[in-house]
Design a protein around this ligand. Structure first.
Ligand SMILES: [Zn+2]
Length: 263
């Protein structure tokens, strides 16, 4: 199953063509061509959250769901489950209840629910940590000192740091410093959201995501308003140039050059 998954994944990621993927399944898995076409089509439709009508074995569906979740995270699991749910409904209407597959599907819906809940809690937690650090730094340090601290951050720092006798994630300290230095402004449109308590709301995004080994260093973090954050995540930006001091990318037909250095 692992080889089938790897081949389908390469097709989805455009590392090989659909035709090459099908041929690889025929050659390496002794699959007949018809089945190979079905497997590849179903995998791509699951990744895109689209309905499919042909079916696979339950263990293969389960293997796909597990590995999509592990490698692509909850967004792609959500798409795959939506596709599978539509598929089961379609088959059910034709008189086949697909009970075992329904159970597998529900089990992964539950995993998705738990994971979404955990990441909501985690991001609320991060927001609180960052705001505590921001208010402490604003009370105790000048902007020059904040800037100096930001420029001194290295990958060698421990993951947990202590500030004012409290333990914080290093990443939250880095983001807090960046928010102060950049004055809470979106690096595309220069806006922020004013909160009722007088604070400014702005989001931090990792240019290279953490699950793709993106480093938790200042040059990998960019500030976005919620709109531009979503556009950056969903619009598949094409990064044309990136170094420590700036990043250039095209996104939905527009070109951007954003400063990543601090001064
Ligand atoms: Zn913006």
């Amino acid at each position: 199953m692992e080889i089938i998954y790897q081949i389908c994944k390469q097709v989805f990621e455009n590392q090989i063509t659909r035709k090459e993927g099908i041929q690889a399944l025929v050659d390496q898995q002794n699959m007949n061509r018809n089945s190979a076409v079905i497997v590849v089509n179903i995998f791509v439709k699951m990744m895109n959250g689209e309905r499919f009508t042909r079916t696979l074995s339950n263990p293969l569906f389960e293997y796909f769901l597990e590995n999509i979740f592990l490698e692509y995270g909850k967004e792609k699991l959500e798409a795959a489950l939506t596709a599978l749910d539509l598929h089961i409904t379609y088959i059910w209407a034709k008189g086949n209840p697909k009970r075992r597959l329904r159970l597998i599907c529900n089990m992964y819906f539950e995993k998705l629910r738990v994971s979404t809940f955990q990441s909501t809690i985690e991001s609320l937690h991060d927001e609180v940590e960052q705001n505590e650090i921001i208010s402490y730094l604003k009370r105790t340090k000048s902007k020059q000192e904040v800037l100096a601290e930001l420029n001194s951050i290295t990958a060698r720092e421990p993951e947990i740091v202590t500030i004012n006798h409290k333990a914080y994630k290093r990443d939250n300290k880095t983001i807090a410093l960046i928010k102060i230095v950049r004055d809470f402004k979106c690096q595309i449109c220069q806006t922020f959201i004013p909160k009722s308590n007088g604070e400014k709301y702005i989001e931090a995004a990792h240019i290279i995501p953490k699950h793709e080994q993106g480093q938790e260093l200042p040059e990998n973090i960019i500030l976005f308003c919620p709109n531009h954050h979503k556009e950056f995540d969903l619009g598949s930006p094409n990064i044309t140039k990136k170094d420590k001091s700036s990043i250039e990318f095209t996104l939905n037909g527009k070109e951007y050059k954003i400063n990543l250095s601090f001064n």
